[in-house]
Design a protein around this ligand. Structure first.
Ligand SMILES: NC(=O)c1ccc[n+]([C@@H]2O[C@H](COP(=O)([O-])OP(=O)(O)OC[C@H]3O[C@@H](n4cnc5c(N)ncnc54)[C@H](OP(=O)(O)O)[C@@H]3O)[C@@H](O)[C@H]2O)c1
Length: 272
């Protein structure tokens, strides 16, 4: 159970987290505060979640034991400046801001207790996966609270070393983009064959969903599952030949590596 939690930035991700932690009864609505510049957003969040809202980031940060930074990366610098020296040592800062490094936040805030998280978009429906790390010195209880909050967004994986956050940005943070592109390409291919678009959509999404659940439940390596459906001279073998010839594996590997390099590069400027 959390005593109090504040969100600096009351957008899409903050709303997903608030709804998740309220649904899990981790905190009472009256102990949740969100700060956001727009009055209309205050009304929306109050109507939806029954929480307290303000336009004053400092007041929101003062109000709670846990302060979640949920603004866009380009706004973080302003927020850090505003909150510099305002936090009590025992408060936990949890940042979900893509690319924002612990050292940048620590220096800007003059605050040591920081959790950095890389969530992904399915978090919006509680089906995300977050990779996170934390500065030294948190008690097991505090780390448990961080874990509970992140579980409201789906699965979570703690990594001791912050370097894994850039890697996670490339794999799971950017990951939905790869999946959506493959989904789109397969739907277009089915339409090319002659299926009406809505049927093409259903065939592809259900095939992807079923294959993923099957792979996860079977516990088998994907190559083994693929071999099981690749009969000699059959359709899978023919399709695989074209996928390999087109360099699909290499393209995916290069894409993930490029996203990783980009994440490291952008991380140098977020919050500054
Ligand atoms: N969306 C995702 O699935 C996802 C996935 C991974 C990571 N993230 C990270 O999560 C963070 C939030 O993303 P989001 O999608 O929730 O963005 P969002 O919907 O734009 O939410 C940000 C909120 O912050 C408000 N805001 C702007 N300036 C502010 C200020 N100075 N002080 C306080 N609040 C301010 C915005 O108000 P206005 O709209 O009026 O400007 C908006 O309501 C980002 O840093 C992103 O990198 C998001």
């Amino acid at each position: 159970m959390l005593n109090t939690i504040s969100f600096i930035g009351g957008g899409v991700m903050a709303e997903a987290m608030i709804q998740g932690i309220l649904a899990k009864r981790l905190v009472l609505p009256e102990h949740v505060t969100a700060s956001d510049p727009r009055q209309k957003r205050h009304q929306e969040l109050q109507d939806l979640c029954g929480i307290r809202c303000t336009a004053d980031n400092r007041a929101a940060a003062r109000a709670s034991e846990i302060v979640v930074f949920s603004v866009k990366p380009q706004v973080l610098g302003t927020v850090l400046e505003e909150l510099r020296g305002q936090l009590r040592p025992e408060q936990m800062v949890m940042s979900i801001v893509a690319g924002a490094r612990i050292a940048t936040m620590r220096e800007a805030l003059q605050h040591d207790a920081i959790v950095r998280v890389m969530p992904n978009t399915p978090a919006q429906i509680g089906e995300g996966i977050s990779v996170w790390t934390a500065t030294q010195g948190f008690s097991e209880e505090k780390l448990g609270q961080a874990r509970d909050i992140l579980q409201a967004l789906g699965k979570e994986i703690y990594m001791e070393d912050e370097k894994f956050l850039d890697m996670a940005t490339a794999v799971s943070g950017t990951g939905p983009t790869y999946v959506f592109l493959v989904m789109e390409a397969l739907i277009d291919a089915a339409v090319h064959l002659g299926f009406p678009r809505h049927i093409a959509y259903e065939l592809v999404t259900e095939t992807m969903r079923g294959s993923i659940i099957y792979a996860m439940r079977s516990g088998k390596h994907p190559a083994e599952l693929r071999n099981l459906v690749t009969s000699p001279g059959g359709t899978s073998a023919e399709a695989l030949y074209q996928l390999e010839k087109g360099g699909l594996r290499t393209v995916l590997s290069k894409a993930v590596w490029a996203a990783y390099e980009r994440s490291k590069f952008l991380g140098g400027s977020v919050g500054r």
